[in-house]
Write a protein that binds this ligand. Structure first.
Ligand code: ASP
Length: 463
């Protein structure tokens, strides 16, 4: 007999079925053994009676989290045993066959309930057990629905999803790169992308006018409780657009996403309020204002008109958001002339939700001289510009369309929509705040042979 999912047993009253899954609990009432069986689709009560001796003897052994296959007849429960909290609460399986597929040790923590009371270290070390928890399973399913919605929405509007390399060269996005040593080109290094920024711009030069990607990005930042070294962006870029075009694609996408998937949620204000950086800082003392009037609302807003440059700790100019951004058109002359640098505003737009920046983007400099001016203002030498960004300047010399885009931090957006405080709750296999994977035990040392092949010597840690 073919195994069916538990959710489908509801339609099988008085029929014989075979189901399989994990035992959630076992209890004896007199001589009858009751057990709850759980699979991906639901939960079902199993009943074992002594008259079926062989099955009953096996049932006496089963414990929580054992994996079993059970055959039997679906029957209606006596009315006083109805449990209308679960879909299969009016039926049960009268088991006449039991096959133990896998025994299980006692699990290190309970998977009932929300799990917030269990230490996170433990939950992450045994993530595959933690993920059996209903809340986390739901988060993963919802995450997939959100991403699927975005994909269809963009594909219906002629966007093309393009995968860009993971093993690449560093993009300056303000964080440290993760680097990968090259075995074949000893002494040289790849970098993991902080974002697909350069590739998506090069795709515009290539004529892929509407690009998007659910992209993994990597940033080697100092430990922060609620950041992940690798995270997921909705990355998007379009040609022949101005700031308003990007905003008027993104805002309806967010609205439709909420309306379709979370109709019970209330967006506080549509169109989303637009606030200048200056106003945000003066009024809210932050460029990520939380505008919620009631805590349940989704309060989106746009923050615009950011300064392009700021001074770093060495008193040198650096970009505030993205070195590839164009200035607002009225500041282009200043950028090219490298004048009034502190006054230059960028085309950057950030989208903020309930006090979190969930996305940001800009219109880009598509003329080589404007891009070059940005790097000159930041004090890069001619040779450095050529070495690091020569390929971009060269590409822009072969006919680059005006273009712009945005990237959303998907983990944060999903966490907010799911009412989760921490992005780790919506990531299948997250890392700790200091970027360790407690389950896999990474980062880890590599063998002397691997080091030798890579031409790398590791300095011994000082004791
Ligand atoms: N690449 C930028 C980032 O990752 C976003 C963008 O400008 O599209 O922050």
């Amino acid at each position: 007999m073919k195994r069916i999912w538990i959710k489908d047993t509801i339609k099988k009253k008085s029929e014989k079925v075979k189901v399989s899954g994990w035992i959630s609990s076992v209890r004896s009432h007199g001589k009858i053994i009751f057990a709850d069986l759980r699979d991906f689709s639901g939960s079902l009560q199993l009943v074992f009676v002594p008259s079926d001796k062989e099955t009953y003897e096996k049932a006496k052994r089963i414990r929580s989290e054992w994996v079993v296959e059970v055959g039997g007849k679906i029957s209606e429960r006596p009315e006083n045993m109805f449990n209308d909290k679960i879909e299969t609460g009016r039926i049960e399986l009268s088991a006449d066959n039991l096959n133990i597929l896998s025994e299980a040790e006692n699990i290190p923590f309970s998977i009932e309930g929300l799990g917030f009371d269990i230490s996170e270290e433990k939950r992450m070390k045994y993530r595959y057990i933690d993920l059996r928890r209903e809340r986390l399973k739901k988060n993963l399913i919802e995450r997939q629905k959100i991403i699927q919605f975005i994909r269809s929405y963009l594909q219906e509007r002629s966007f093309v999803e393009v995968e860009t390399p993971i093993i690449t060269k560093s993009t300056p996005e303000g964080a440290r790169d993760f680097v990968i040593p090259s075995r074949i080109q000893k002494g040289k290094f790849y970098a993991l992308p902080q974002s697909p920024q350069q590739y998506k711009q090069l795709l515009q030069v290539a004529g892929i006018e509407r690009y998007f990607q659910i992209a993994r990005c990597f940033r080697d930042e100092d430990p922060r409780a609620d950041r992940q070294a690798e995270f997921t962006q909705l990355d998007l870029e379009m040609s022949f657009v101005e700031q308003e075009d990007v905003i008027s694609l993104i805002e309806p996408l967010l609205i439709e996403l909420v309306k379709n998937l979370y109709p019970e949620k209330n967006i506080q204000e549509v169109p989303f309020p637009r606030i200048s950086y200056q106003e945000a800082m003066e009024k809210y003392k932050t460029d990520r204002p939380d505008l919620r009037k009631s805590p349940e609302n989704l309060a989106f807003c746009w923050v615009l008109d950011f300064p392009f440059f700021e001074k770093d700790e060495n008193k040198k100019w650096t970009f505030t958001h993205n070195p590839f951004s164009a200035p607002k058109p009225e500041f282009m002359e200043d950028l090219l002339g490298k004048r009034n640098i502190e006054k230059i505003l960028t085309t950057q737009y950030d989208v903020v939700l309930n006090g979190y920046e969930i996305g940001g983007g800009s219109i880009r400099n598509h003329k080589p001289e404007a891009l070059k001016a940005v790097f000159e203002i930041m004090g890069y030498k001619e040779s450095e510009i050529k070495d690091k960004f020569g390929h971009m300047l060269e590409a822009f010399a072969y006919g680059a369309p005006p273009h712009g885009g945005i990237a959303w931090g998907m983990d944060r957006l999903i966490a907010l929509l799911m009412g989760e405080q921490n992005i780790r709750e919506v990531i299948a296999f997250p890392k700790t705040g200091d970027s360790r994977d407690l389950m896999m035990g990474s980062p880890d040392e590599i063998s002397p042979k691997q080091l030798k092949e890579l031409g790398i010597k590791v300095e011994k840690k000082k004791k």
